[in-house]
Design a protein around this ligand. Structure first.
Ligand code: HEM
Length: 390
């Protein structure tokens, strides 16, 4: 007989997937984000009740909850996916006292979240870099092709960012005049070239309306107990920020940027949290280059490293500008214009209204591009100075 944990996992990978897919195809056939009629009401009832019974069985068998960190994190993903789907189909109307009606799921989410030191909800990493395949198939909400495309290229983008941040982390031990530092900077550049390439492929393959109507709604904020937790964000991993801080394009002394890091921390597993924390404590390459005495400037090692470093900064800015100017615009900003006012409130993962979020994302883009702006402090002048040393 399957354990309560395996029964939930089996359902998430089969019955749950079938119900969500059927609902999504039905909404899509009616050209809308959500339908409440006798067909969908029956499906939503099955979704809520089947999940409730499976999660209640786990609470009845606490000894079956795994002890290993990653297995627990995986279980939080299964419970969280159930809660995210109930929210997506608007089948979790809060009770009169303001609590989520998904009592069992809320209880176990809180238990797991506090044991793991993370937000008690589904996160993008549950479908990305912490998504275990079984018989060649990994977890998704639906069988829809566009969901696979989105998850695959997001995960590849995350892995490529990690490749780049790993190389920069190793380069830190060498410093800016070591003859092998340029080798690692070139690795970082290769990783960031791949980030840009994966973003471009995603842009080619992903259907705008399928993404907007049938994929993104699962990433919305949802209620646990009596509180809403912000949505899952494809950017909730450490590497992109490690690169920001290692390069020096963003600063650990900037409250705007620190706020992003602190917000993100609870939405990633512990090993990602530790990496992020470590990178906040390190000096940046930008500052190391700027601090080198004039006597170093003529060294061939210094020049070769500086040239490669400037390439890393350039591609980091360009890859993120593509994310902002192409992906966010095409897949969120443009389709959102067609949405009625009532559906605009939970469009963003982090919660603020879309125009506010877009202004903040634009600011991050310009920090990463070291853009010439007089209203925020970017590294434009410092990069210009360094370019002058070549
Ligand atoms: C259709 C494709 C995509 C869309 C529409 C999209 C949209 C967004 C939005 C709206 C945010 C802000 C989240 C919020 O606070 O609500 C965001 C954040 C982020 N996304 Fe994406 N994204 C897409 C694909 C990707 C891919 C492939 C990557 C690469 C791994 C990525 C990396 C990030 C990062 C790193 C952030 C966090 C902000 C930062 O630290 O720069 N996104 N994305």
């Amino acid at each position: 007989m399957l354990s309560s944990i395996d029964s939930l996992n089996e359902w998430i990978r089969k019955g749950f997937l079938d119900i969500n897919t059927e609902l999504e195809e039905y909404y899509y056939s009616k050209n809308t984000l959500l339908v409440d009629d006798e067909i969908t009401i029956a499906l939503k009832k099955s979704l809520v009740e089947e999940g409730k019974a499976l999660i209640a069985a786990i609470l009845d068998n606490p000894d079956e909850i795994p002890a290993h960190y990653e297995d627990r994190f995986y279980l939080l993903g299964n419970v969280g996916m159930y809660m995210a789907a109930c929210r997506r189909h608007e089948a979790d109307t809060p009770l009169e006292n303001g609590y989520s009606p998904l009592t069992e799921a809320s209880t176990i989410s809180f238990q797991l979240g506090s044991a793991l030191g993370v937000a008690p909800r589904f996160m993008a990493t549950h479908l990305g870099i912490y998504n275990r395949a079984e018989n060649g198939v990994y977890r998704t909400f639906t069988h829809l092709k566009d969901e696979y495309v989105f998850i695959d290229y997001n995960t590849l983008g995350t892995l490529a960012y990690k490749k780049a941040s790993d190389a920069l982390e190793r380069a830190m031990r060498f410093g800016v005049t070591h003859p092998l530092t340029a080798y690692l900077f070139n690795d970082a550049k290769t990783g960031l070239d791949e980030v840009l390439k994966f973003n471009e492929i995603l842009d080619e393959k992903l259907d705008v309306m399928r993404f907007f109507y049938n994929v993104r709604p699962y990433y919305k904020p949802y209620r646990i107990g009596r509180r809403d937790y912000r949505g899952a964000n494809a950017g909730d991993f450490a590497a992109v920020n490690e690169i920001d801080l290692f390069t020096g394009l963003c600063s650990r002394d900037d409250p705007f940027y620190l706020d992003i890091l602190i917000d993100k921390k609870a939405y990633m597993p512990q090993d990602e949290q530790i990496r992020l924390q470590d990178s906040i404590g390190k000096t940046s390459f930008m500052d190391l280059f700027l601090r080198e005495p004039d006597t170093s400037h003529t060294l061939p090692e210094f020049k070769a490293n500086l040239k490669s470093f400037l390439d890393v900064c350039e591609i980091h800015g360009r890859a993120y500008a593509y994310h902002h100017d192409e992906l966010v615009k095409k897949y969120i900003e443009d389709p959102a214009i067609k949405l009625p006012e009532t559906k605009m409130d939970d469009l963003t993962a982090s919660g603020p209204p879309l125009p506010v979020l877009l202004r903040s994302l634009e600011k991050i883009r310009d920090l990463r591009l070291a853009a010439d702006r007089d209203d925020i402090l970017t590294r434009y002048a410092d990069l210009k100075k360094l370019k002058g040393l070549l």
